[in-house]
Design a protein around this ligand. Structure first.
Ligand code: ADP
Ligand code: MG
Length: 480
């Protein structure tokens, strides 16, 4: 398969649905909170009763504009809503209100690892409800399904990319950056597993060098970044095999089964005309003034890429900056630490070192520990003032996360303050030299790398409290 891969170029375009975090639904006053009693958030509008009218939620539009701006889109002065007809048991009206030919955002892009990925459009629409299949839900019997309409009418922004991606790595990077962006601007949780962000991947192949794209298959049901990559890889191989066997890829919607690790045909892909789109007669076209757009632009928070650049400006490596930005709560914690005036280099060493390792091991978010930014700042100040060594800092940071104790309290209680007194350190160095005559002889005979051994012994003697630089200098002096 690997060598066959070289013959083909892969083309990928993603359609991403982001659930907007508004309190109420897009056209109804029902709440959007997850996990409520089934069908408790269902006004007559959500139920599609005759005679009811949708009323557009302004906050949905605000979030749509904010996202569009963050994705470098144009926000046209006018957009409108359309009816997209289809029948689903969890779509009581028999149609979905969406945006067809005049979406709220057009012509955007984001950059991933130096490559620009175009964003064709982003449009607002309502989500459907949920079917609960009795068998799968462990309910008695298996021949029936229940419907929960709490999610029906939840606002979605569908973000459609250009077919600009050429590998599963690029698709993943795009998706990750998109998630970072919607999280940082506060419009979406970006939780793939829970479905607050969903992705359909369109994939086709063509002979290398060809100008004409192949027929695409659309893959649904990918709910993690790794599943997205697996699904794309599987689909590339499937399509290559078809073409190599002289067949033709058909345009269809396929479902990714992450357990079986394969895609399965779900239905032939509809074309736009199958949906019988027409302008939604119950909603006026929406005029968006330039003042409105400007007002939102003025409130734009720092975007992930800007944050990364700012961190790199502080001397962080690109890798460190990306890792911190990827975990928003950690980035906000770091920002607070910086704001309080801590030395960024020392702060990063703690965050990327002991703190990150602890969070990973314990599967915790920084907010679930007892470490507050103020306490990390105090710890860093103690190190900078040479009250404690960096090593001691590393030892006590875990306790600070577990118990919420201040560094100064731990240091005082356990007598951990750094020994910088030259006389005291010199005494210990001498003791160590006397206790290891053989090593001293070897050192003096030219094996200077033994210095590390002596320094280590002194540190052991002082339980890590001796000032390492002073130990180094004094030990050298003694060994001659
Ligand atoms: P639809 O709305 O029917 O799904 P669109 O034309 O809006 O169709 O395209 C949906 C997605 O498919 C877009 O992200 C686009 O970039 C991508 N796409 C279009 N053509 C191809 C192709 N030949 N190969 C891969 N992706 C494609
Ligand atoms: Mg589509």
């Amino acid at each position: 398969m690997e060598s066959l891969r070289d013959k083909y170029e892969v083309v990928i375009g993603l359609e991403v649905h982001a659930q907007l975090k508004t309190k109420s639904k897009i056209f109804a006053p029902d709440g959007t909170e997850f996990g409520k009693e089934p069908n408790s958030e269902t006004s007559p509008i959500t139920l599609g009763m005759p005679g009811v009218l949708p009323v557009l939620n302004k906050e949905v539009v605000n979030m749509g504009i904010l996202t569009g701006l963050a994705l470098n889109c144009e926000i046209p002065a006018r957009c409108k809503f359309d009816r997209k007809q289809y029948f689903y048991p969890d779509l009581p009206k028999g149609y979905q209100i969406s945006q067809y030919d005049e979406p709220i955002c057009v012509n955007g892009h984001i950059d991933i690892k130096g490559k620009r990925i175009g964003i064709t459009r982003a449009h607002l629409e309502e989500d459907a409800g949920k079917l609960v299949h009795a068998g799968a839900a462990g309910l008695a019997g298996s021949s029936y399904s229940l419907v929960d309409l709490n999610r029906a009418g939840t606002p979605l922004l569908e973000i459609v990319s250009e077919p600009d991606m050429r590998s599963s790595d690029e698709a993943r990077a795009y998706m990750e950056e998109l998630r970072n962006i919607v999280r940082y601007i506060g419009v979406c949780d970006g939780n793939l597993e829970e479905g607050s962000m969903r992705c359909d991947a369109n994939i086709s192949i063509m002979p290398k060098g060809s100008k004409e794209f192949g027929t695409r298959a659309e893959i649904k049901n990918v709910n993690s970044f790794s599943a997205l990559q697996r699904a794309i890889e599987y689909e590339i191989d499937r399509q290559i095999e078809i073409v190599e066997d002289g067949g033709k890829v058909v345009q269809e919607t396929r479902l990714w089964d992450d357990n079986a690790r394969e895609t399965r045909s779900m239905r032939g892909k509809e074309d736009a005309h199958d949906y019988r789109y027409f302008p939604e007669p119950d909603l006026m076209p929406l005029e968006i003034s330039r003042e409105w757009v400007q007002e939102i632009k003025d409130k734009m928070p720092e975007l992930p890429e800007q944050k990364r650049q700012r961190y790199m400006g502080l001397g962080l490596s690109e890798y460190d900056a990306s890792v911190i930005v990827e975990q928003m709560s950690l980035a906000l914690f770091f920002d607070k630490v910086l704001e309080l005036g801590a030395n960024p280099k020392i702060a990063v060493n703690f965050i990327m070192g002991e703190i990150a390792a602890y969070l990973k091991n314990e599967k915790l978010d920084i907010s679930e520990t007892k470490l507050v930014p103020e306490n990390l700042v105090e710890l860093i100040a103690l190190i900078e003032k040479n009250t404690i060594s960096n090593n001691i800092g590393k030892q006590i940071i875990i306790d600070m996360m577990k118990d919420g104790i201040k560094a100064s309290e731990i240091v005082e209680k356990r007598g951990l303050s750094q020994i910088s007194d030259e006389g005291a350190i010199k005494e210990i160095c001498k003791k160590v030299a006397e206790a290891n005559p053989e090593q001293v002889e070897k050192y003096r005979g030219g094996k200077v790398q033994l210095l590390g051994f002596f320094v280590g012994q002194v540190m052991k003697e002082t339980k890590g409290r001796a000032n390492p630089k002073a130990v180094n200098d004094l030990m050298k002096e003694i060994l001659g």
